[in-house]
Design a protein around this ligand. Structure first.
Ligand code: SF4
Length: 428
């Protein structure tokens, strides 16, 4: 924490982050919120309440924001009504999430509000008219120690940002380019969580399998630079990529399991598949977003793979798990589950060596009924164990937002229901 504090204070370059960083908020004379201090000039200690939207990255950011606020002496409130300070950790992935932020802000009247997370400049400008709002840019949050919300499971971010520019997605605009966190720092955090008794470590990133860390990415003030692919073979051998990082974490002593979120099919190399299958602490669950089962739509989405490539990957993943973890061989904690209620039923069930889940978008601009049927066909072929299905909504500033959103809401809903029934009905 101290490292982050001193960085924020001394760095003259990142004035933007200094200005908006929550460490400054309680004694922030330069902003509109002069009432962070009382008449005697002391910092007003406040009750805070965090509302988180969106993905696990945001949940993890919220845990780190809570740590900062508590370090400054603020205390959590049990609900928004009882809080003086509201943190809205926003998500811009879908318009509905952004609309909820606007709704909440209007409801909270004059309470102090910090808006964090993924927010487009367009929305920032619109929100900036509210005098009680400050923004927090998520840069540099790797250095902060979180307050985990669970005593069993903890998030460990390994990278942030994205270079892929999928045409529907705002992440490269809101979180910036990929930045990988130093391997040493990740391992230290995992070790400390294991020591505290955490049993489930979730390695997080917008695209974890493009993780690549090389010492040159770190500047004198411990800030991270965007990733650069090592050019020479010597530099390559020095860089720590995702398979190397996984092996290092898997080899740590302790009774824990690892979950990886989220991967991009184009970065799923053979070496990575083999490593994941061999590292016994990684849960045999792979989440690999396919988004569409139609090549033309995938091209329009700027996904950089074809359905044939995706199917090949799934085949390789299943083969690797079958080889290294035949049925019955589970992650370390699953052995214990045999003693749990319902275990007899579980033993009778024939578990596959690996389960596969995915993300799918229905109703992307121009998606015809035939193209949607290609997605249905792919889902039937692959037999996903679970799918997170989203109805497309245009996000301002993305490439897809320039395309005509021509699939009606009714038709999007119909397509959503078909896939949900096909893949997720077993969970009803
Ligand atoms: S890979 Fe695509 S969908 Fe995922 S965060 Fe990056 S741009 Fe967004």
């Amino acid at each position: 924490m101290k490292k982050s504090c001193s960085f924020v204070i001394i760095c003259p370059v990142f004035k933007y982050e200094i200005f908006y960083h929550p460490l400054w908020l309680p004694n922030e004379p330069r902003t509109r919120s002069a009432s962070w201090r009382n008449d005697a000039g002391q910092i007003n200690l406040m009750r805070y309440y965090i509302i988180t939207y969106g993905c696990q990255m945001n949940k993890n950011d919220s845990e780190r924001i809570a740590a900062i606020l508590e370090q400054r002496g603020h205390k959590p409130a049990s609900n928004a009504q009882g809080a003086d300070l509201i943190v809205l950790n926003s998500c811009s992935i879908r318009q509905s999430a952004v609309d909820r932020i606007y709704g909440k802000i209007n409801r909270f009247g004059n309470k102090k509000i910090i808006v964090a997370g993924c927010l487009l400049e367009y929305d920032k400008k619109r929100l900036a008219v509210h005098k009680n709002i400050s923004f927090w840019h998520p840069n540099d949050y790797f250095n902060l120690s979180p307050i985990p919300q669970s005593r069993f499971s903890a998030f460990v971010p390994i990278m942030t940002g994205c270079n892929n520019f999928c045409s529907y997605c705002v992440v490269p605009y809101t979180r910036g380019r990929e930045k990988s966190r130093p391997a040493k720092e990740i391992i230290a955090e995992v070790k400390s969580l294991i020591k505290k008794g955490y049993k489930e470590i979730i390695l997080l990133g917008q695209n974890v399998n493009s993780y690549s860390y090389n010492r040159k990415h770190i500047t004198h003030n411990n800030n991270l630079l965007p990733e650069r692919t090592p050019k020479t073979s010597r530099a390559k051998s020095k860089a720590i990529d995702f398979p190397k990082l996984l092996k290092l974490i898997n080899n740590l002593p302790g009774d824990f399991r690892l979950i990886l979120l989220t991967s991009h099919p184009k970065d799923m190399s053979d070496e990575l598949i083999e490593t994941i299958a061999r590292c016994q602490k990684i849960t045999p669950q792979i989440h690999l977003p396919v988004q569409s089962g139609d090549n033309q739509i995938l091209r329009k989405m700027n996904r950089h793979y074809t359905t044939a490539h995706y199917k090949k990957l799934i085949k390789k993943i299943r083969a690797a798990f079958k080889k290294y973890r035949p049925s019955g061989a589970k992650s370390p904690l699953e052995g214990r589950a045999k003693a749990a209620p319902g275990a007899a039923l579980a033993r009778k069930t024939n578990f596959p060596p690996v389960t596969i889940s995915t993300d799918i978008i229905v109703g992307f601009p121009g998606e015809t009924k035939k193209q949607f049927q290609n997605t249905v066909k792919l889902c039937r072929e692959i037999k996903f164990d679970k799918a997170y299905i989203a109805k497309y909504s245009p996000r301002p500033g993305t490439a897809a937002a320039k395309l005509k959103d021509d699939v009606s809401p009714k038709e999007k809903k119909r397509r959503w229901l078909i896939l949900d029934k096909l893949i997720n009905a077993k969970y009803y």
